[in-house]
Write a protein that binds this ligand. Structure first.
Ligand code: ZN
Length: 141
């Protein structure tokens, strides 16, 4: 295994075992849900906004390790960001894992999320990794 693969594996395991921002938000301003029929992953998102900033975010649901870890990492990445900043992360992440428009420097654009770059090689896993992001995109509209 390469170093990046090892890092990827340990990050997925860590976030799957102890997901961050897991649960529901009382008095949430936005709510969105997503379902990936290919794998059976389900995710629900609650957002609290402060102006155009994501003041708080939580996710709940059931799914495979990749979908859960991706949702967990997504919430930590966008919490405290403005909607515009979250949109940039969504676009970069989506372009990277689908391989359609990978950022020139994924680490600079996406930080920790760049670890998911390897997902692009496993098309069947792309929907697992992007599920929570699509739900976020719906919730931001
Ligand atoms: Zn899955």
């Amino acid at each position: 295994m390469s170093e990046l693969q090892e890092l990827y594996q340990s990050l997925i395991l860590d976030h799957n075992r102890s997901p961050r921002n897991f649960g529901t938000l009382e008095g949430a301003d936005r709510h969105a849900e997503g379902y990936n029929p290919l794998c059976g992953d389900q995710v629900a998102l609650d957002l609290k906004l402060d102006g155009d900033r994501i003041a708080d975010i939580k996710f709940s649901g059931n799914g495979c390790a990749i979908s859960k870890a991706s949702a967990s990492l997504m919430t930590t990445a966008v919490k405290g960001k403005t909607l515009a900043e979250a949109e940039v992360l969504f676009t970069g992440f989506h372009g990277m894992v689908t391989g359609s428009a990978p950022p020139a420097d994924p680490k600079a654009t996406l930080g920790k999320l760049a670890i998911f770059a390897g997902v692009a090689e496993f098309p069947v896993r792309v929907k697992c990794a992007t599920l929570a992001w699509h739900a976020l995109h719906d919730a931001m509209k």
